[in-house]
Design a protein. Structure first.
Length: 58
């Protein structure tokens, strides 16, 4: 898979996680463990996105 295609995929997943986090926080009794896991996944994707961006710039 080309790096730019992978980057688009990761950005899409990152946006999806962001939406899931927003939806979870709007619930009156949100699951704090699930919210923590979603945030962890989002951070992991962000780190991977940054690595790919660096590789594309070089």
């Amino acid at each position: 898979m080309a790096l730019d295609a992978r980057l688009r995929e990761l950005n899409s997943r990152h946006r999806d996680l962001d939406e899931a986090i927003k939806a979870q926080t709007k619930l009156p009794a949100h699951d704090s463990l699930e919210l923590k896991e979603l945030k962890r996944q989002k951070l992991k994707l962000k780190e991977e996105i940054e690595v790919l961006r660096q590789r594309l710039q070089n």
